[in-house]
Design a protein around this ligand. Structure first.
Ligand code: NOJ
Length: 719
């Protein structure tokens, strides 16, 4: 449609039709025109049949045939034949489920991220979906929060790059293309800072911390052209995000120039009442409309109250027109006025879902996300001829997809089947009863450690441990991050039996592994890797793939340390060396995490040398210095190394973090190969928010390059 036609359409719509466009409902609210079932939740929402006919979008409806039929029926009923947008939570794949986002963060591989998102877009488009509620760009520091699994991790730069890559992967250059979908980034903003890691809880961070850490990845989504933004459930500076004018009107739209659609999270307008911002639904609608939330998800405050608000002069009709205009523009960009079914195609859907190409990518992605945390005496990769035993609740479990998986797992996904496929002979198995979930009140099973005697003849035991996937994701906050008692006992007993123990940890968050690491000779963080989890992990264990992933989130020593993250401030009494009184530390625990951000081992050994800094004068691109470092693979095993650049601004008008990741590159190094990596350090990288503006201040900077946030070479220079 031309802009003129679109404007005419807007002006010919009734107010009720406009409010329908601004309301999103789940598919169970859509009935045929004469058989709309006005009972149950619909009745409670005061939804009338004509309201249903006017709705503008729906969430989490799947299936090409079904969506084609729904669209046809809806367009017949809608007075102007305006098509629906089918939106869904495609978070890490639709049917071909690839690793959870936190695991993808650990790959540090933006190309892989983009490819996986493109794959998810292809499958989704064929099923009739037009838009996904992804990526979640929330920066996370608190593993008690179940939703850390949906985020790329704790670092603003890594999050921003992963977020941008995800948006590009879904959208490509043109969201009207039949194999592309639009992207909605979420949850704006700062949801990852929920107090105590408790979901939906208050967020109270300073403006500086919000801007420098938490907002960075959302901004990257905007710059990458994301079509939509979703509000978050939390308050920010005491105002819930869904009614927060500063966040949506000022920062998102005015400062960042976002011109896409803003949608609320699920019933978040209604939640303005228990938050204590709005007195009732009408008040809530007024706040959300004024803040600029264009679509209300799964509640009907706009439908039920906007007319009255306009008649009373509390809300200007122009606010409604502005919102509907943005929604119509999105429908037009998606090409829905020309082809309301877009990519929906039952044949294509069948051909694409779980097709070999997508499965191969999921397997490759999985192996790139596995983080090797410990590997004593090069126990891994598995050596030929050793007798391997397999134990633990994830040994043969299909519960390895992670949250937000609208797909079935298969026997192929299990660790056992992956090992068998890769030719590993399993001599015996024990303690494989599946782990219950905390959510369902059965965290542990009965003591089965006596079963371990079945492994007496094995040299090496692969112990597949972790948390149930239902214990991660939305509304899955925990205060205890240890493995279940039974699993801890299993690892200890295997160690006492004199076995070489390889722990494979399945989890959606960093767990507290300190109590069990001493019992393990090798520890592999396997996350939830999706439909090809088993083969992907087996590829790493057998050495078919050399692990290259790095932690995108610090692993705490103990829950009491949380939040523990690498890019913290220094304090006036920093702890250097062992703890003593009156410095900033703990009596009973180091300040450092168990495993820091950027950490991860490989079957290769890398040596860093030749670190030099060269200052650059008057470069047009703002380069102030070049950091050069030689990286040598001193082993016989070819590998991929992620070389990381960190900076520290030694003194500034607001204090700066002890380290900030500013760039990273991945290099492939053959056996005994050496490469030189050169990083540019630009003025922009050294600039910061001084509580009024982004500024650069001359002075001393520590420039650092290395293998992880803790292993770096450094030099101080005046810039
Ligand atoms: C609530 C979640 O917070 C959000 O991430 C999701 O997209 C919506 N529900 C829709 O399912």
């Amino acid at each position: 449609m031309t802009e003129k036609e679109l404007k005419e359409l807007l002006h010919s719509m009734s107010l009720q039709e406009k409010l329908g466009e601004m309301t999103q409902m789940a598919p169970n609210f859509f009935g045929t025109s004469d058989s709309v079932d006005l009972t149950g939740p619909m009745k409670a929402m005061n939804l009338k049949p004509e309201d249903v006919a006017y709705l503008g979008s729906t969430l989490n409806a799947f299936g090409a045939e079904k969506l084609i039929a729904m669209q046809k029926e809806h367009m017949e009923r809608q007075p102007h034949h305006i098509p629906l947008i089918f939106m869904a939570d495609v978070i890490h794949g639709l049917k071909t489920i690839y690793p959870v986002p936190l695991a993808m963060g650990c790959s540090f591989d933006t190309g892989l991220m983009e490819e996986s998102a493109a794959m998810a877009a292809r499958e989704s488009a064929a099923t009739g979906i037009h838009l996904t509620f992804s990526p979640m760009a929330d920066l996370v520091r608190d593993p008690r929060w179940g939703r850390v699994t949906e985020s790329p991790g704790e670092d603003p730069l890594l999050n921003a790059r992963m977020t941008a890559a995800t948006v590009k992967g879904y959208q490509g250059d043109d969201i009207s293309a039949p194999d592309r979908i639009a992207s909605c980034f979420k949850h704006f903003g700062g949801y990852g800072a929920s107090e105590g890691g408790r979901d939906y809880n208050t967020v109270d961070v300073s403006d500086g911390v919000l801007r420098e850490y938490y907002l960075t990845a959302y901004k990257a989504a905007v710059d990458a052209g994301a079509a939509m933004a979703m509000t978050s459930f939390n308050t920010i500076d005491r105002v819930p995000a869904t009614g927060n004018k500063k966040m949506f009107r000022k920062i998102l739209r005015e400062e960042w120039g976002f011109d896409g659609v803003a949608i609320t999270d699920f019933d978040a307008v209604g939640e303005l009442i228990p938050h204590g911002l709005a007195a009732d639904g009408k008040d809530a609608a007024e706040y959300a409309l004024k803040a600029g939330a264009d679509i209300e998800m799964m509640s009907t405050n706009y439908l039920n109250h906007a007319r009255e608000l306009i008649e009373e002069g509390k809300v200007d009709l122009s606010l409604i027109d502005e919102a509907v205009w943005r929604i119509l523009l999105l429908k037009n960009k998606l090409g829905l006025f020309e082809n309301p079914f877009k990519g929906a195609d039952p044949e294509k859907e069948k051909a694409l879902h779980l097709c070999p190409e997508h499965l191969a990518l999921a397997r490759k992605a999985g192996s790139k996300c596995v983080v090797l945390l410990k590997n004593e005496e090069n126990l891994l990769p598995l050596k030929k001829g050793v007798k391997v035993g397999l134990a633990g609740p994830f040994a043969d479990s299909t519960s390895v997809l992670g949250g937000w998986a609208f797909a079935d797992s298969s026997d192929r996904a299990t660790l056992k089947s992956g090992l068998l496929e890769d030719g590993v002979e399993i001599s015996a198995m024990a303690m494989t009863e599946e782990l219950g979930s905390m959510q369902h009140g059965i965290m542990d099973v009965s003591d089965q450690t006596a079963e371990l005697d079945a492994l007496a003849d094995c040299d090496v035991v692969i112990a597949a441990v972790g948390e149930h996937p239902d214990d991660t994701g939305e509304s899955a906050s925990k205060t205890i991050l240890r493995l279940s008692h039974n699993q801890e006992k299993m690892l200890e007993k295997l160690h006492d039996m004199g076995k070489k123990v390889i722990a494979i940890v399945f989890s959606g968050r960093p767990l507290e592994l300190r109590p069990v690491v001493p019992f393990c000779d090798a520890v592999v963080q396997a996350w939830f890797l999706g439909v090809e989890a088993g083969p992907a992990i087996a590829d790493v264990l057998t050495g078919t793939v050399n692990p290259s992933a790095r932690l995108s989130m610090s692993f705490p020593q103990t829950v009491g340390q949380i939040p523990v993250y690498y890019n913290h401030m220094n304090t006036g009494r920093p702890l250097e060396g062992p703890y003593h009184r009156f410095v900033s530390g703990y009596l009973d625990c180091p300040n450092e995490p168990l495993y820091p951000f950027g950490y991860g081992l490989s079957y290769s050994d890398y040596r860093y040398s030749g670190f030099t800094v060269r200052t650059v004068k008057n470069a047009e691109d703002g380069t102030l210095a070049e950091v050069s470092v030689d990286v040598e693979n001193v082993s016989d095993v070819p590998g991929r190394e992620t070389v990381q650049l960190y900076i520290r601004d030694v003194a500034a008008s607001v204090v700066r973090p002890v380290k900030e990741l500013k760039d990273f590159v991945q290099i492939d190094l053959g056996a005994h190969e050496k490469k030189t990596v050169v990083f540019k350090v630009t003025r922009e990288m050294l600039s910061f928010w001084n509580n009024e503006a982004v500024v650069f201040e001359h002075g001393d900077f520590d420039l650092m390059a290395g293998h992880s946030s803790e292993e770096v070479l450094k030099e101080r220079v005046a810039l």
